[in-house]
Design a protein around this ligand. Sequence first.
Ligand code: PMP
Length: 290
Amino acid sequence: MSRQVYINGKLVPQAEATVSVFDHGLLYGDGVFEGLRSYGGKIFRLEAHVRRLYESALAICLEIPMPEADMCQAINETVAANTIEDGSIEDGYIRALVTRGSGTLGLDPNRCSNPQVIIIADLIALYPQELYENGLEIITSSVIRNHPAALSPRIKSLNYLNNILAKIEGLHAGCVEALMLNHQGEVAECTGDNIFLVRDGALLTPPLDAGILGGVTRNAVIELARGAGFTVQEVAVTKHDVYIAQECFLTGTAAEVISVVKVDDRTIGTGKPGPVTLDLKERFHCLARQ
Ligand code: PMP
């Protein structure tokens, strides 16, 4: 079905939502984005996503031509415009992005004008249910996460090649996700999800300075876990820690909370989604849909 896409202040039919071939978002991946989720028409942690979008933009010296509050409103309006009567976009996925705008074929961002603000609301594409029930098998990619001194993984930029290369390696190995290490050989995150381990009842997750995206779902799960009485440590984690963990799970806007039962052919814990993962998955499910 045709969607109404927000572009530069207007909702237009998707076929009319186009950008220039001179846009540096296209030419250089010069821009920032967010992936958000709506549940029953309500967007989960909208302000946190919009805050991260503006922080990403700040980090690349991109001025978004509207205040954060207007961005929130535009996202809400786009979701509302695409909510159809049978409710099929009630559980939706939203992509908000800002490009550097149309410029010359050279790199100079100062030659760009008119950053493009685009918001797309679509149906969510989830992992198959079977993977939620049985857990994921993943590999460690040989592609390391971007060195923070080259391109901070905290910036959610339109250049996702680092993650895409790791994803390709995962897919070649028959895995829908892949683990990425950082330049120090520590565990960073997966191609589109953050990672948590369970060891002796406590949760471990790499800290932001391991070179990861500060996931909105990661933050929500940390809060939920602490609220439920779990200890959560943001500490450096190695591949060895992953192999010997009792449980491992991933968090992300699209995935929510999903168990990992095998990494590099090592079975994690019992090889089935563990009790802590299932508990937090359920708590997150309730939080998101409340
Ligand atoms: N890491 C990366 C590299 C991602 O792309 C994502 C998804 N945006 C995440 C982690 C999870 O972040 P969030 O929970 O905000 O979706």
